[in-house]
Design a protein around this ligand. Sequence first.
Ligand code: 5GP
Length: 116
Amino acid sequence: MADKTLFEKIMVGDIPADIMYEDEYCVVIKDAVPQAPTHLLIIPRKPISMLAKADLDDKELLGHLLTVANDMAKKTGIDEAFRVVINNGAGAGQTVFHLHLHLLGNKKFVENNLSF
Ligand code: 5GP
């Protein structure tokens, strides 16, 4: 069996993290190296390595992750201006190969600059 991903280890409590929310399908934690005053990671419990590996059966799960991102933006008071980012593949900056959405807020974003 493949080794657990970093995020699976966090989800089972082997590695500590600030858990902000969890449900049957996903866990939301604070990013350990925040790129904005609010920087959360929305992580599906299902270990899909990257968005490109998700399939049609994951359609509802993917929608759920966005809905949770939206709820977390409201809960953390950043619902006026926030950014949701998915890095897909090493070439796009992905470092943890377990799908996750970055939710970033409370930062002045440069218009049309799609970096963190
Ligand atoms: P990626 O680069 O794959 O899109 O994002 C991975 C994110 O996970 C990075 O923003 C990084 O700071 C965060 N990260 C890496 N290791 C840990 C950890 O042990 N705990 C937490 N909470 N975040 C981590």
